[in-house]
Ligand binder design. Structure first.
Ligand code: GLU
Length: 291
């Protein structure tokens, strides 16, 4: 059993787009969302403070607006060239999808009489000292009020976030700001392997990492990332670096079975457990890419 994890009170759970939307259409997977909400509400009623970092806005918006061909590879055009057409559409889809996603979360949480709230963040929320201070205070108050906040990037406004950001990193930042005890990063893979298991059958599963060194970074393979999300394994390692330095325990686990959430919290050996190694000089700004 993982004794450290059993004592964690404040828990951030991150779920990716591919885990809560239908692969074929991109629309919201209501059955999985219902299970997720039940798991989180149960954690809350067991006495935990719970924060959800949920992707899915763009995917759900693309489906709702019936947009085709949104997945582009490049960045937006450079300054002076005018707005990138696909980026504009993507941002509009994020606006549509975030509202729809939140409506679904509200409805599902209310079935259990559980309060929820929406918190949309940009990188500036974190870089700016006053914004970050305000964000922390808001999260603290939401915890006091017994709310389970649903957090996402503000994809509609922050071009930069859409192009470079990912919710793996965001979830680690949220865990750091809120001084969470545990970050559960749910993915479409069981955890961390020594190589990409989809390509290398000899790849070995790693159930525990005491210290994130260069060897571990070498294991990360971007190819594992799915079409609708932005994160592969390397974003999970970056998230782990932030979480660990901020003193947050972290587990990367498979979202396939959402019952993994309560199993992880009760100390079962599921996924890859990355121990917190608090850096006494930890400063969040050091972990964000430059504008
Ligand atoms: N924020 C994006 C969305 O809600 C997803 C980002 C990510 O997958 O990491 O669609």
């Amino acid at each position: 059993m993982r004794e450290n994890i059993k004592n964690c009170k404040k828990i951030v759970v991150k779920i990716g787009s591919s885990s809560i939307t239908h692969k074929e259409t991109g629309g919201a997977d209501l059955i999985r969302l219902e299970k997720l909400v039940r798991e989180l509400t149960d954690l809350h009623s067991a006495g935990h403070d719970v924060i959800l970092v949920s992707s899915g806005a763009i995917s759900v918006g693309v489906k709702a607006a019936n947009i085709k061909d949104i997945y582009y590879d490049g960045r937006s055009k450079s300054e002076g060239e005018g707005p990138d057409e696909k980026l504009k559409i993507k941002q509009a889809c994020a606006a549509i999808g975030q509202a729809r996603l939140m409506m679904i979360y509200q409805k599902l949480f209310s079935e259990y009489n559980q309060l929820t709230a929406q918190v949309l963040m940009t990188k500036r929320t974190v870089v700016d000292d006053l914004n970050r201070f305000n964000a922390k205070n808001t999260f603290d108050e939401l915890m006091n009020l017994g709310v389970i906040p649903v957090v996402n990037e503000n994809d509609t406004l922050s071009t930069y976030e859409i192009e470079f950001g990912d919710n793996d990193t965001l979830s680690a930042i949220v865990a750091a700001i809120t001084e969470a005890d545990l970050l559960i990063l749910l993915s479409d893979i069981d955890g961390l392997y020594t190589d990409d298991p989809k390509r290398n059958p000899k790849a070995e599963f790693i159930s525990e990492i005491g210290h994130l060194g260069k060897t571990v970074e070498g294991y990360a393979k971007d190819s594992v990332g799915s079409m609708v999300g932005t994160g592969g394994m390397s974003t999970k390692i970056s998230a782990a670096k932030i979480a660990s330095a901020a003193g947050v325990e972290m587990v990367i686990a498979n979202a396939e079975d959402l019952g993994n959430i309560h199993r992880i919290v009760s100390g079962e050996e599921i996924g890859t457990y990355i121990h917190a190694c608090r850096d006494k000089d930890f400063f969040i700004g050091d972990h964000l890419k430059d504008d």
